[in-house]
Ligand binder design. Structure first.
Ligand SMILES: [Zn+2]
Length: 450
């Protein structure tokens, strides 16, 4: 027997506001993770072999049993949500801001959302023409779905345990990431990759269980613990990558990351491809004539890089350069530039002055415009027109070689801050435990159990 009337009257009485408490909260272990966004006119299918129950998100009281294996969710433009049975007959409507979550009848089992399976509870937020699908889940069970998506499940157990503790700390310290959107975390690399039950592996679940409640602490507080694939031999200070220094996120020498996948790599990109990448990022540099590393950090990563285009020159951070090229294409900012391509590094023209008719050979690569004090005011990338007394020659296009390739030789994969995952695996192989691994990568921290 359904209790719809009771349910609706109760909702009217409580005024239906959902109060999510933000900030990290080690006592209150349920978090809200966005697992999907759909258009409001797309249907969402929920399946559960145990039937469904609707619960009040605030006190977890049982609100409504639904004896169906499958229900359909349909968002409405007023923010409400219709719940339909398999014949598409409406079972009930959840009003906007109702703090109702949907789980299986026995609470602990799994709910399938379209084709993916999740533990604990599901709810929905309608915003304009979109419907957000949220997984309301116990922190430790969320970590079951994160650890195997962030590190190979075949890694040594102590490395898996280090990853579990680091992912737990990162999650607790990131609970404000999506505050304005009404949930805590998303399921992408923006927060941490989370794949629900489908990604779970026995080894990574074991790593989560055996470190239950362990988190990384500095001065008694949980800290944000960024991590990356491979440091290339030296981790990076956080302020060099994101600004804002942290005493526990300082670069350390990392001998454990020098003999593993992506510890060294080479990639190449042509001048034409570079131009397109910059255009896609809203920077019209013209043809890319040259790229030059301006400054490196202590860990030898590119801090600033100068892009010399036929339309303009601009210095950008190494991190921005990496994001423009694509973070999987340019694996890290720990790289050097080699140049290749025919007649690319020398741009020879011949000029005849007014006193003789013997042509002089001039390398445009060495031409600069000087002011009256002799200071360079424009570098060669901006030289586009040579002007004499009576005529001028536009040289743009005469020496640009679009097939000119820049060879980038680098080390490591990722931003380089915090734990190197391949380094963690190597440390585990050498007999270090998960606490040793974490203390190597985060300076001055402790591992505390809540
Ligand atoms: Zn996010």
């Amino acid at each position: 027997m359904r209790r719809i009337c009771f349910f609706l009257i109760l909702l009217m009485m409580i005024g239906s506001t959902s109060d999510i408490v933000y900030g990290y909260r080690l006592e209150d272990d349920y978090i809200d993770v966005r697992i999907g966004i759909k258009n409001i006119d797309e249907e969402i299918v929920l399946s559960s072999s145990r039937g469904f129950c609707f619960y009040d998100k605030e006190d977890m009281d049982e609100m409504e049993d639904i004896d169906e294996d499958k229900i359909f969710i349909q968002g409405n433009r007023d923010g409400s949500i219709d719940v339909l049975d398999e014949d598409r007959d409406k079972i009930l409507t959840l009003k906007k801001n109702d703090s109702i979550i949907i789980g299986s009848k026995d609470r602990e089992s799994i709910v399938q959302v379209d084709k993916s399976r999740y533990r604990d509870y599901i709810y929905f937020l309608v915003k304009d023409t979109k419907i957000y699908i949220i997984n309301h889940i116990y922190m430790e069970r969320y970590l079951y779905g994160v650890v195997p998506r962030e590190i190979p499940a075949s890694a040594p157990m102590e490395a898996l345990k280090a990853q579990a503790v680091v992912a737990r700390s990162y999650a607790y310290s990131s609970l404000n990431n999506h505050k304005s959107e009404g949930y805590h975390l998303c399921n992408t690399t923006h927060c941490q990759v989370y794949g629900g039950v489908d990604g779970e592996k026995p080894s990574t679940n074991q790593a989560v269980d055996s470190t239950y409640g362990d988190y990384v602490s500095y001065n008694g507080k949980v800290i944000s613990t960024p991590y990356h694939s491979n440091s290339g031999g030296y981790t990076e200070d956080s302020d060099k990558v994101w600004g804002g220094s942290s005493p526990y996120l300082v670069g350390v020498k990392d001998i454990y990351s020098t003999n593993s996948p992506n510890s060294t790599w080479t990639t190449s990109i042509t001048s034409g491809e570079l131009r397109n990448k910059f255009l896609q990022s809203g920077m019209d540099m013209g043809e890319i004539l040259d790229i030059e590393i301006v400054e490196k950090t202590d860990s030898n990563r590119v801090k600033d890089i100068r892009i010399i285009g036929s339309k303009k020159e601009q210095t950008i951070s190494g991190d921005k350069f990496r994001s423009i090229l694509g973070t999987t294409y340019l694996k890290s900012t720990l790289f050097d530039i080699e140049k290749s391509g025919s007649s690319s590094s020398t741009k020879i023209v011949y000029a005849i002055d007014g006193y003789s008719n013997v042509p002089k050979k001039i390398d445009l690569g060495n031409i600069y415009t000087l002011d009256f004090k002799g200071n360079q005011t424009v570098s060669r990338g901006s030289v586009r027109r040579i002007k004499g007394n009576n005529e001028s020659t536009d040289i743009e296009g005469t020496f640009i070689n679009k097939d000119k390739a820049f060879i980038l030789e680098g080390k490591g994969y990722g931003h380089g801050v915090g734990m190197s995952q391949y380094g963690a695996m190597e440390m585990a192989k050498q007999g270090f435990d998960y606490k040793d691994i974490i203390k190597h990568y985060y300076t001055g921290v402790e591992i505390i159990n809540k």
